[in-house]
Write a protein that binds this ligand. Sequence first.
Ligand SMILES: C[S@@+](CC[C@H](N)C(=O)[O-])C[C@H]1O[C@@H](n2cnc3c(N)ncnc32)[C@H](O)[C@@H]1O
Length: 465
Amino acid sequence: MAANASRSCLQFLLHLAQDNLDFRLPEIKSLLALRGKSFTPTLNFKEKAPFWCLDGLSEEDIKDVMARSVCAKSAFELWGHGRTHRELKTSLLNYPVENMSPFMKQDSTYRVNVYTFNKTLEFTERIKRIDDMDYLPFEGTVNLKSPQHVFCLLEDYGTNPNNIPDHPDYVYFGRWIADGQRELIRSHSVKNRHFIGNTSMDAGLSFIMANHAKVNQNDVVFDPFVGTGSLLVACSQFGAYVCGTDIDYNIIHGRGRSSRKKQKWRGPDENIRANLRQYGTERLYLDVMVSDASKPVWRMAPLFDAIITDPPYGIRESTRRTGSHKDVKPCDGIYVESHVPVSQAYHLSDIFKDLLNFSAHHLVLGGRLVYWLPIYRPDYSEEIVPLHPCLQLLSNCEQVLSSHTSRRLITMEKVKGAEGMDNQAHLPDPRFSPYEGHNAFREKYFSGLNKRGAREDTQSEVNGQ
Ligand SMILES: C[S@@+](CC[C@H](N)C(=O)[O-])C[C@H]1O[C@@H](n2cnc3c(N)ncnc32)[C@H](O)[C@@H]1O
């Protein structure tokens, strides 16, 4: 818009969804990083608040963020704000006229919305709020149905639903710029997905993972524990080519028992490719194959822009890998023809070490690894998060599952080439031992829970709640 040329020092207001609070900041930071921008909040920034004011960005930056964000609901160009309506008026009257005037011209149409957070206003009260702002120099015509410009008065009544104040804690006024992609959570709900399994990842969290991973158009993304491909669905929605592996033949080939209530066996064409077809992204499907993540079959080279995965925790699915009964060692990675592989325990500690070592070698520089780490909360400290010298830990967000269990979404970025760095992943603290023995974490996870509690926990894992 030509009007932007003379408009300066813009501030933007994000209205964020009040769920998945921990995941919001890394999401917005990652989406800004995709545009080479950094996150600069204004003073008084509160991470858990429903509104954030941002500095140093352009309208295009904000539009790009909103075209991807599932954590942000709407974005506005902020024209004024204050603790009271009087302060808001002063702030608005001080806002540069040249920033406002392109949107208030005589031949334009507009509408003003009133949005209240943590309070419902009667229709008449909302109309009064708008009438009280008659000091704003609108010259255009009101058009409620399809206005050229939409403005919004936003009132924040705090986050305590049991103690709603009479007057808002803070008020904002701005020009609406864009809505976020919350609709993707509904349109991609696992409930209506063609192919699902017991551990299919919730749609909202899958999109958050893709955003934390900075997945971009034409990227190549890999999921080593692909399951029913929920993460591939999300990444392909953002234009990435996707591939994955799973040790389970039935999952990869869409065979075996169905996870749906009234269906015994999976139907024909219940597979990951069909899931992408359902959402119109089949052209981005590279392939999936049966493979054991502990014995990767990939050429030793940086092949992937992102690795995004939900490893098995041994809670709802077994953590197994292939091995050998006897002490038979492969020669140059190849077993003799007579060797019969058997299924062996795959300890969580090894799963995470293998995942980090694999990512260090197979991510491009700047590529990201995003994965879930299961947590027994009483034992948690930051030191138990696995590290690797080539991978920088960027974010670590908790999703609480019960009073004593949670999972943490870990995001790491490859900052250094991994040549000559075999098996450098390490579990920095002896407290990491919960992940060492087979079933040790599972036992802790369920300790102190009655059967009903255990079921609730694992179900919420599936639903991502
Ligand atoms: C939590 S599920 C992944 C769910 C997936 N994100 C989805 O949305 O359906 C973990 C998957 O890891 C697979 N798995 C377990 N051990 C494995 C191994 N050693 N190598 C590869 N895949 C493995 C399981 O078969 C299971 O499908």
